[in-house]
Design a protein around this ligand. Structure first.
Ligand code: AMP
Ligand code: AMP
Length: 226
């Protein structure tokens, strides 16, 4: 059969098969998470095998998203997470992308979930190593905790307004995130996750084209210790 197909058609088919998936998103959300707010909920948390993470914002994920608010997911079932491709990043991932899920584990499950659900949808710009490296570098470039603390917004169990939190981060990083809150065990609204927007090329922060569907905050927002 194949022997009868003209060479030009065979070459065209091979080109399509070998090409990286076309881009199906407009920007990324870089989602950072305050571990204290993951852990002090009704559901609680488990520290990873490597021990209690630093009291700093960790990465939840780098998520391709479309301007209409929708997003692609699980784009390549053949691209299963392969830890050996990120062996040089593992110590940074443990420190800056900590799993807090129970039972206690080494983090591979969380990173694998994020790569398979979200990372595989950005194959036009990132392979597995590039995806994790980009998220780590973007997080480091922001310095969110320093931005907050230098404006007097400290993780000490005190309460702040949404404008104080957004203003401190805008002042210190140059970008204003979407702030997502959750509730602690007593029902208080608290600072949980920060959504920053990143260009489709994955290399620079941009104003957000659309706000995420995260849970909004009350007027008094707790910043719990961790
Ligand atoms: P994940 O950790 O990727 O499973 O996502 C956690 C939650 O964030 C999901 O339950 C979704 O509601 C939300 N989410 C995940 N990806 C996106 C995205 N690209 N844009 C907006 N919300 C998202
Ligand atoms: P949420 O956005 O809090 O509803 O989380 C959505 C999903 O992501 C849930 O399945 C969480 O368990 C998972 N998740 C969020 N943050 C972490 C984390 N630091 N470690 C492990 N799983 C997480």
């Amino acid at each position: 059969m194949a022997a009868r197909l003209p060479l030009a058609i065979l070459l065209a088919l091979a080109a399509v098969a070998g090409r990286a998936a076309a881009q199906d998103y407009d920007f990324f959300y870089l989602v950072l998470q305050w571990p204290g707010s993951y852990c002090d909920t009704k559901q609680s948390c488990c520290y990873p095998k490597s021990g209690k993470p630093a009291a700093d914002f960790g990465i939840h994920g780098l998520w391709p998203n479309r301007d209409d608010g929708s997003y692609p997911q699980n784009c390549n079932p053949d691209a299963a997470f392969n830890p050996s491709k990120v062996s040089d990043l593992l110590s940074s991932l443990r420190a800056k992308w900590p799993t807090l899920a129970c039972p206690t584990n080494d983090g591979l499950r969380f990173w694998g979930h994020e790569w398979e659900k979200h990372g595989t949808c950005a194959a036009d710009v990132f392979d597995e190593h590039g995806y994790f490296q980009a998220a780590l570098r973007l997080r480091d470039r922001l310095g969110v905790l320093a931005a907050l603390t230098s404006a007097g917004v400290n993780p000490d169990g005190g309460y702040y307004t949404l404008d104080q939190i957004k203003g401190a981060i805008r002042e210190g990083t140059g970008f204003e995130p979407y702030v997502e809150c959750n509730r602690d065990e007593a029902g208080n609204s608290q600072l949980y996750q920060l959504y920053f927007c990143v260009s489709a090329a994955g290399d620079s922060f941009v104003e957000c084209p659309v706000l995420p569907r995260g849970r909004p905050c009350g007027s008094r927002i707790e910043f719990p210790a961790f």
